[in-house]
Design a protein around this ligand. Structure first.
Ligand code: HEC
Length: 158
């Protein structure tokens, strides 16, 4: 049973990969769109927590826990298919801000480590998000984990 399922999934993946190549020429690269969408979901949920931490928005434990839970879930997703080779600024120009250095084999462990650091910080935030003090104590670590990756692997604002 397991074997059969693997074959079917493999075939589906091959079809999907073909779809990516075709769609690439029209309306942008789907993998780039997917990773930007994932990043926007990070930003949305982090923004909710950041607003509460700064006192711009009234603290609400339920909303804070929801946002922190979303961040932890997003960070735990396997994002490998968003980052196929050939989709950096070197190949796609302004369509992306992902720098080619992220695909160098020497960077792989570091990229995965930085993604893992965010996942850890998000889990800690989730555990603490029931109180304003908890959110305030953890917001720096979460935002810092985002920034640590952007600093090295994302093209700076021009
Ligand atoms: C492991 C590396 C990494 C981590 C961790 C990371 N990012 Fe990103 N982020 C990137 C890269 C690379 C890009 C550029 C993607 C592109 O343009 O194709 C990006 C782009 C973005 C964008 C712009 C998306 C767009 O629509 O163009 C936002 C917003 C963003 N990140 C927010 C966040 C937030 C918030 C976090 C933390 C909760 C985070 N990111 C964590 C690597 C990372």
């Amino acid at each position: 049973m397991r074997f059969k399922q693997g074959v079917i999934l493999g075939a589906a993946a091959a079809i999907f990969a073909g779809g990516i190549a075709i769609a690439g020429g029209h309306g942008g690269n789907p993998a780039v769109k997917a990773r930007k969408a994932h990043m926007q979901l990070y930003a949305h949920n982090l923004g909710i927590l950041g607003g509460m931490a700064k006192g711009e928005v009234e603290f609400n434990a339920e909303t804070a826990e929801l946002a922190a839970g979303n961040l932890a879930t997003l960070a735990s997703m396997n994002q490998m298919t968003y980052w196929p080779p050939g989709t950096s600024t070197a190949e796609l120009g302004e369509e992306t801000r992902a720098l080619p250095v992220g695909w160098e084999s020497a960077s792989m462990d570091d990229v995965i480590g930085k993604a893992g650091a965010l996942a850890e910080a998000a889990v800690a935030m989730q555990a603490a998000a029931g109180s304003l003090e908890g959110v305030q104590a953890n917001i720096g670590a979460v935002g810092g984990a985002c920034g640590a990756c952007h600093k090295v692997y994302r093209q700076p604002d021009s």
